[in-house]
Ligand binder design. Structure first.
Ligand code: EPZ
Length: 427
């Protein structure tokens, strides 16, 4: 059990580079199993969730080679011989459910462990399953597993294109249905689809494999099923949430920090909120965001998390840390997950003054945070605790950092490279 030991109050400055996006890479790995030949993914992040997704497709029988030096992943799906996403892996990482669409599309069947909830919410997959049913699959739930197969015929028969209306612009449901539709017969239309940049990255990947797709990045996506797909070489897009995390760290205790591979357009509402608070943040080019220290008077703000292009829920814990030392009353409303304020008690132990009222966090800005031993409750809450430690007086110990390893490549190394005093210790 590792933990971070952070000595707060250091000024951050210099350049930090963002890795490939976790929430795209996981889906590209899943989609690659639909091809008849090898795929090479470049700019793949070296994070635990990627290693778990590799385990998932290896369990299915795919051959995989990771060149960690070069962040390159090669996937050969031609030896796949299983259609089961086992409980141990789905329990370890919910995103394992994203092999369901590709397996159903390619082999006409999948056996999927039912994912439980997680720290941030119940996280159902009902919209994924309804989408599969609309395309001609039947789902049988037995012993904690969903047996999903194309109705009425032996395994290997194909799904049929259909029009699917999502109750909510769920990313996972949009992605799983896009992949299921990729080898289906005919046209599929997804209405009220998710519009995140990672959805566009997946669409571009599927298009390069041979699928025809219209409307990527809009709330109506049309997929024309292909007969077969071929393996490709593809660059994973940069991680906007990692970029937002470093931009927030610089906003908390930076002099001049340049975040490279930070795409302003993907982070617009986040950066505009920082400007509203009074942070001097700007983009020097399409892929670089700069934060300069300023003596602007910081102001409280209201924030509501929403699906893209709204304020990203994954940066909610991160911005709450910043608002905890902004004078005045700020209010942050969490609309995507029902239980994403678990970390607030830890922050209050560091001297913040935050009250939770239903899905609102009412934040009364305090002058300074003070270092304390705190826990990482999940990936983004963990990163938020580290940022709080950087801004706090004294020593902060963050435990359960395995959560952070799931989605940040070399987090402590990158923070040290811009001046943070952060070390690893055995817990
Ligand atoms: C993705 O989760 C991301 N994970 C999450 O990032 C992110 O917080 C979330 O989208 C929202 O932006 C990955 O991409 C691997 P959803 P996902 O389907 O796909 C409900 C991180 O920190 N819902 O858009 O699971 C669901 O319960 C992680 O990197 C249903 O009820 O999100 C949630 O309340 C955390 N039924 C809401 O919709 C369904 O069938 C949004 O879920 C599907 C979703």
């Amino acid at each position: 059990m590792e933990k971070f030991i952070i000595n707060g109050g250091e000024t951050l400055s210099g350049k930090v580079k963002v890795s490939g996006a976790k929430n795209s890479a996981l889906k590209l790995i899943a989609a690659s199993i639909m091809a008849d030949s090898k795929t090479t993914l470049k700019n793949i992040p070296k994070i635990e969730d990627v290693y778990t997704m590799i385990e998932v497709i290896k369990t299915l029988g795919a051959r995989v080679h990771m060149d960690s030096e070069k962040n390159i992943l090669e996937i050969d799906p031609s030896s796949i011989n299983s259609y089961e996403a086992p409980y141990e892996l789905v329990r370890k990482m919910r995103a394992s459910v994203l092999v369901a669409g590709p397996l159903l599309s390619k082999f006409g069947r999948v056996k999927l462990a039912i994912p439980g909830g997680c720290n941030i919410g119940s996280r159902g997959i009902d919209m994924h399953l309804k989408g599969f049913e609309d395309m001609g699959a039947e789902n049988i739930i037995e012993h904690g597993y969903i047996h999903c197969r194309v109705k009425g015929r032996k395994s290997g028969s194909r799904l049929a294109g259909s029009t699917i209306n999502l109750d909510f612009p769920s990313r996972g449901a949009t992605e799983n249905i896009m992949m299921a539709a990729s080898l289906a017969v005919g046209k599929t239309i997804i209405n009220n689809a998710a519009r995140e940049p990672e959805i566009v990255d997946l669409a571009n990947f599927l298009i390069s494999m041979g699928v025809e797709i219209e409307g990527k990045g809009t709330d109506c996506i049309t997929i024309y099923g292909a007969k077969k797909l071929c393996g490709v070489e593809y660059n994973v897009m940069p991680d906007s949430i990692e970029a937002g995390t470093f931009i927030a760290a610089a906003s908390l205790c930076g002099r001049k920090v340049e975040v490279e591979n930070a795409v302003w357009k993907n982070l617009e509402i986040f950066c505009l909120k920082l400007k509203e608070i009074g942070i001097d943040v700007s983009s020097t080019d399409e892929n670089t965001v700069v934060v300069n220290a300023s003596d602007n008077q910081l102001k409280p703000v209201y924030i509501s998390t929403l699906p893209y292009p709204g304020f990203p829920t994954d940066l909610q814990p991160i911005i709450v840390v910043l608002l905890s030392i902004v004078p005045g009353i700020s209010i942050v409303t969490e609309n995507v997950f029902e239980n994403r304020f678990m970390y607030v008690d830890e922050l209050n132990r560091m001297g913040a003054n935050i009250k939770i009222d239903g899905h609102h966090a009412v934040i009364k800005g305090t002058k300074k945070l003070s270092g304390a031993p705190v826990r990482a409750f999940d990936l983004r809450a963990g990163a938020a605790m580290v940022l709080a430690g950087l801004a706090a007086e004294g020593i902060t110990e963050v435990s359960d950092i395995y959560h952070i390893r799931r989605g940040y490549e070399d987090f402590e190394g990158k923070l040290s490279s811009i001046g943070a005093d952060i070390k690893i210790a055995k817990g």
